[in-house]
Write a protein that binds this ligand. Structure first.
Ligand code: DLZ
Length: 158
């Protein structure tokens, strides 16, 4: 894989950025993988003292991400996983979280990393969670993308 913020991109130094990660708590094994990937990216990009905040579920990601962005965090990485069940609940949680996070990015001007997995099955989520045997590492990817974007925003605003 390649592209801005991908694990193949050479990390840039982000030691002077204020960075927060907000992570939902449903689907523990997948979340552990996403958080571990986010932590790997924070180390690679030399982020110092990131704030890591847990919320109950993905529905709560936008309100807390928004509060962090309003309190001066330049990069806010949102991590969560929603797995389709037998009711329309999946669609409501996914669209509330997705719309909320994109609105926060635009309204606050913070770089919001979108690390929300929306999957039909737990197997699909595990395959994207950056665990041993996973084919993708979405926690790393979302974190790196937010950091690269925050750096770009700093340059534009200088
Ligand atoms: C209620 C619920 C359901 C059914 N599924 C998930 C899920 O797969 N992933 C997730 O992050 N959260 C889920 N939630 C919880 C909601 O996001 C929210 O926390 C509750 O509805 C309380 O507001």
């Amino acid at each position: 894989m390649s592209g801005a913020g991908s694990p193949d991109e050479k990390p840039v130094d982000c030691h002077d950025l204020r960075v927060a990660v907000v992570a939902a708590s449903w689907h523990e094994q997948v979340m552990d993988g996403l958080l571990a990937g986010a932590r790997r990216a924070l180390v690679d990009y030399r982020v110092e003292a990131p704030s890591i905040v847990r919320v109950p579920g993905s529905f709560e990601l936008p309100v807390v991400a928004g509060a962090l962005a309003e309190h001066g965090y330049e990069a806010v990485v949102a991590l969560g996983v929603v797995i389709r069940g037998g009711t329309p609940h999946f669609e409501y949680v996914c669209s509330a979280a997705t719309n909320g996070l994109s609105q926060i990015a635009v309204s606050t001007g913070a770089a919001v990393g979108f690390g929300l997995l929306t999957c039909d099955t737990e197997e699909q989520a595990l395959d994207r969670a950056g665990l041993e045997g996973s084919s993708e590492d979405k926690g790393y990817e979302a974190t790196a993308a937010a950091l690269v974007t925050a750096r770009t925003l700093r340059r534009i605003r200088r």
